[in-house]
Design a protein around this ligand. Structure first.
Ligand code: NAI
Length: 328
C-alpha cells in the first residue's frame, strides 16, 4: 500500500473541523486507496477540544487513518505536510473595521505561510477556507517564496456547489445534468456566479434559462448571500457544507475534473480575463496531473464583465490594504 499522505488542518476544534476531519479520515479527501496522517493545528486554548475530536476520530476505527498529531505551533504542524487545509481564522467581531480584520488574520496567515515555506513537503497543496479566504491565501503565499505560487488556493467551491443546487432546483434537473457553471472573483457578497457558459443536459443554459430577471435578482444574490441565510436559519454559520466543499476542492485538485466540465476555485491570476496578475481570484478551472488551470478563451459579455470587475476590484482593494499594513 501507499505511504500515508500528511494532511494538516488548522482550526481543527472548530465547527468546520468537526465535519471535515471525519470525511478526511474516511478517505474522501484523496480517494479510497490513500492512507492519511492528520496533523491538527489549534491555538493553545483549543488544543484540549481538538484532543476530544481526535478521540472521536480514533473511535471511528477508520482503516485509512494512520495517525493523528495535535500541535499549537505552526512550524511543527506543517512539517512534512502534503496537503494543508487552512480553516482557522479570526472572525469579524462586532464593530471591527476591515483593516482590523485583515490585520488579525495577517497575524495568523503570515506565520502559517512561513511554516509552510520552511517545512512542508515539496508537493504541498494549500487550500484556504478561513475568511477573508482569498486575501488570507495571498498573505500566506507571500510568506512562502520557495513554494510555487500556484500551490496556494482559496475556496469558492462552496459557492460553486450552491450555484449548482439553485439551478438544479429551478430547472428540476439533477446536478449531474449541469456543467460549466462558474464563480468569478472574491469569496464574498460581490462574487459573480455565472451561467454564461453553462450547459443543461448538453444545451446552453442561456437557452434554457431565458429569465434574465431571475438570474440577476434571484439566482446571483441567493448564491452570493447564502452564507448569511444559513446563519439566519441555523443560528450558526455553514459548516458541513463548507467541509464538503473543501473535500471536493482537494479531491478534484488531486484527481482531476471530468472531460467536458470544469469547476471553480480561487487561484493565482496570470492576468487572464483582465484579473490583475497575482490576485487570488475565483475562475472556472480544470484540474489534471495535480494542477488547477484557469479555463482560457471564454467570451465575456458585458453583463459578466461588469460583475467580474466589481468583485476583482474588491480583491485589489483588499490586497492594497494588506500591503499597506505590511502583511505582504
Ligand atoms: P469556528 O470558529 O467554529 O472554528 C475556527 C477554529 O479556528 C477555532 O477552533 C479556533 O480556535 C481556530 N483558530 C483560530 N486561530 C487559529 C490559529 N492561528 N491556528 C489554528 N487554529 C486557529 O469557525 P468555523 O465555522 O469552523 O469556520 C472557520 C472559517 O471558515 C471561518 O473563517 C469562516 O468564515 C470560514 N468559512 C469559509 C467558507 C468558504 O466558503 N470559503 C465557508 C464557511 C466558513
Amino acid at each position: 500500500t501507499q505511504a500515508p499522505v500528511n494532511v494538516t488542518v488548522t482550526g481543527a476544534a472548530g465547527q468546520i473541523g468537526y465535519a471535515l476531519l471525519f470525511r478526511i479520515a474516511s478517505g474522501q479527501l484523496l480517494g479510497p486507496d490513500t492512507p492519511v496522517k492528520l496533523r491538527l493545528l489549534e491555538i493553545p486554548q483549543a488544543v484540549k477540544a481538538a484532543e476530544g475530536t481526535a478521540m472521536e476520530l480514533e473511535d471511528g476505527a477508520f482503516p485509512l487513518l494512520s495517525g493523528i498529531d495535535i500541535f499549537d505551533d505552526p512550524k511543527q504542524a506543517f512539517e512534512g505536510a502534503n496537503v494543508a487545509l487552512l480553516v482557522g481564522a479570526r472572525p469579524r467581531a462586532k464593530g471591527m473595521e476591515r483593516g482590523d480584520l485583515l490585520e488579525a488574520n495577517g497575524g495568523i496567515f503570515k506565520p502559517q505561510g512561513e511554516a509552510i515555506n520552511a517545512g512542508a513537503a515539496s508537493d504541498i497543496k494549500v487550500l484556504v477556507v478561513g475568511n477573508p479566504a482569498n486575501t488570507n491565501a495571498l498573505i500566506a503565499q507571500a510568506h512562502a517564496p520557495d513554494v510555487p505560487a500556484d500551490r496556494f488556493t482559496a475556496m469558492t467551491r462552496l459557492d460553486h456547489n450552491r450555484a449548482l443546487a439553485q439551478l438544479s432546483k429551478k430547472l428540476g434537473v439533477p446536478v449531474t445534468e449541469l456543467k460549466k457553471v462558474a464563480i468569478w472573483g472574491n469569496h464574498s457578497a460581490t462574487q459573480y456566479p455565472s451561467i454564461a457558459h453553462a450547459e443543461v443536459s448538453g444545451k446552453p443554459a442561456t437557452e434554457v434559462l431565458t429569465d434574465q430577471q431571475w438570474l440577476a435578482d434571484d439566482f446571483i444574490p441567493t448564491v452570493a448571500k447564502r452564507g448569511a441565510a444559513i446563519i439566519e436559519a441555523r443560528g450558526l454559520s455553514s459548516a458541513a457544507s463548507a467541509a464538503s466543499a473543501a473535500i471536493d476542492h482537494v479531491y478534484t485538485w488531486v484527481n482531476g475534473t471530468p472531460e467536458g466540465d470544469w469547476t471553480s476555485a480561487a487561484v493565482v491570476s496570470d492576468g487572464s480575463y483582465g484579473v490583475p496578475e497575482g490576485l487570488i481570484s475565483s475562475f472556472p478551472v480544470t484540474a489534471a496531473n495535480g494542477e488547477y488551470k484557469i479555463v482560457q478563451g471564454l467570451e465575456i459579455d458585458d453583463f459578466s464583465r461588469a460583475r467580474i470587475d466589481a468583485s476583482v476590484n474588491e480583491l485589489a482593494e483588499e490586497r492594497d490594504a494588506v500591503k499597506k499594513l505590511g502583511l505582504i
